[in-house]
Ligand binder design. Structure first.
Ligand code: FAD
Ligand code: NA7
Length: 446
């Protein structure tokens, strides 16, 4: 039995790892000492709303990227924990697209119930992780942020659950330094009302561009233009919102686009994604990837190929979130407990290569959903995570994709069945586009 496991981060992935160990213990298993380091003062990761931008109270890079009035961008039925359903937590069925506070309450509700908080050391940042091949132990250096004192310890396994939507990818554009308005990255976006009455340019063609653009319109922007590099989002945008090819240059207020058009703006929001950034890991342990469905060098999407005592959770681009994180955490736990054997490097390489080759051929979102569902289906038989109806989540995801294409303003008014109970969700009392109150109290008033 290994002696000690260090988990880095107490967001949904880190909490999933703690949950996996708590469930094994409940069933009578011997488990090693588990310590989770979290650099923030509270748990929940991105779901722990953080008004700060830039640096946090300790002078660390602020982790938070979530903004006010954020509502789930996918059906909650596709992310439901199989060991702790929404109905169990809220005591009744709730609509399919909850606002941030409701999802945060759900994530933390499970963690409170299983009593894992005692394993977390808050306001403690992991600074350095190295692996000694001769002793097969990690050395982990942490810093308590209150007093800035460093501590060193050894452990047998490390689980990296530090997230990958926190360190922004910030490209530059010709003339951007002459822009006379505000330029910011989505990571620092907090309050849509800041842009009421403004003409806003959004750069990017993915989830953040879509959601921040729509939200700014919802809260009264004069106009929103999004611009894409590779592929248009192609939705039927509301009045005063449009989508163009990428900008080419900026001259004070005026932005020029690839299609030859130009327009004046008051603000530019770069929704240009995030970096996988692990400054605390030595080079031989560091995952290097862009945001994709199967980052290479992770066996079963979890175990570091070059040192399978190191695990990464949630490093994939995500259709599935919480249930996928759980499956990954259950898998990592079972490797640690000796219930799953990691094969030799050649076998790992062949398995990874197969998944990566398949990922590279995916042509559309439906195929991407099937791919990530198959990844889940690959893990499910190997662990004792409670069963849920994966086929139903695939149907829900595909319906959700179609709903977005039909009407981007109304997809959040739809209802989906639970993959645990089959119960159909109720419809929220107010259409999302008209609902300005994102509080838990208002949402649960159904
Ligand atoms: P995080 O939530 O980022 O948590 C990582 C934790 O690690 C943080 O608490 C951080 O402080 C800590 N940490 C980092 N570095 C260190 C260190 N060196 N030492 C100690 N602690 C450290 N998913 C959905 O399912 N539905 C949505 O609607 C949705 N909307 C999103 C909207 C936005 C704007 C963003 C950015 C993401 C959204 N996501 C959504 C995806 C989101 O990534 C996941 O839901 C989830 O938060 C990922 O969990 P995580 O634990 O991997 O990372
Ligand atoms: P994503 O999904 O990683 O998307 C990043 C977007 O940024 C994507 O459209 C990229 O276009 C675009 N991008 C990146 N670099 C550039 C440059 N240099 N110029 C123009 N466009 C660029 O990140 P998101 O923030 O949208 O979503 C992250 C999570 O937040 C997601 O899981 C949601 O749940 C919420 P590309 O296609 O590469 O040309």
């Amino acid at each position: 039995m290994p002696e000690k496991v260090v988990v880095i981060g107490a967001g949904p992935c880190g909490l999933a790892q703690l949950q996996a160990f708590a469930r094994a213990k409940e069933k009578g298993a011997d488990i090693p000492e588990v310590v989770c380091y979290e650099k923030q003062d509270e748990w929940g990761g991105l779901w722990n709303y953080n008004w700060r931008v830039g640096l946090d109270a300790y002078g660390e890079a602020n982790h938070g990227s979530m903004y006010r009035y954020l509502w789930s961008n996918g059906p909650k039925e596709c992310l439901e924990f199989a060991d702790y359903g929404f109905e169990e937590h809220f005591g009744k069925p709730i609509p399919s697209f909850p606002p941030r506070a409701v999802l945060a309450d759900y994530i933390l509700g499970r963690a409170k119930q299983s009593g894992v908080r005692k394993w977390i050391k808050f306001a403690t940042v992991v600074r350095d992780v190295s692996f000694d091949k001769s002793t097969k132990k990690f050395s982990v250096v942490t810093e308590t942020l209150g007093d800035h004192i460093r501590h060193e310890e050894t452990c047998d396994y490390v689980v990296v659950a530090s997230g990958h939507f926190s360190v922004p990818n910030i490209p530059s554009f010709e003339g951007i330094e002459t822009f006379s308005g505000r330029v910011m990255h989505a990571h620092d976006f907090r309050e849509a009302r800041e842009f009421t009455g403004r003409h806003v340019l959004i750069v990017g063609g993915s989830y953040s561009a879509e959601d921040i653009g729509l939200q700014i319109m919802k809260y009264g922007a004069a106009s929103v233009t999004t611009c894409f590099r590779t592929q248009a989002m192609g939705f039927k945008w509301p009045k005063n919102m449009d989508e163009r090819e990428l900008l080419t240059r900026i001259n004070q207020k005026t932005v020029h686009f690839k299609d030859g058009s130009k327009k004046d703006f008051d603000a530019i929001i770069l929704c240009t994604g995030y970096q996988h950034h692990f400054p605390f890991l030595r080079d031989d342990l560091k995952l290097r990837t862009h945001n994709r469905l199967y980052p290479p060098k992770l066996y079963k999407g979890v175990a570091w190929r070059d040192c399978p005592q190191l695990f990464y959770l949630g490093m994939q681009d995500q259709f599935y979130t919480f249930s996928m994180f759980d499956l990954q955490a259950w898998y990592a736990r079972d490797v640690i407990l000796g219930r799953i054997q990691i094969p030799d490097a050649k076998t790992m390489d062949a398995d990874i290569a197969e998944w990566v080759a398949r990922e590279e051929k995916l042509a559309d979102p439906e195929q991407q959903i099937d791919f990530q569902a198959d990844y889940l289906r690959d893990i499910i038989p190997q662990v004792d995570y409670p069963k849920f109806d994966v086929d139903s989540t695939v149907d829900s995801f595909k319906r959700w994709e179609h709903d977005k294409v039909d009407n981007i303003l109304e997809y959040r008014n739809k209802a989906f069945p639970s993959s645990l109970t089959g119960t159909m969700a109720p419809v929220h009392h107010t259409p999302w586009w008209k609902e300005m109150d994102d509080s838990l109290e208002c949402f649960l008033k159904n």
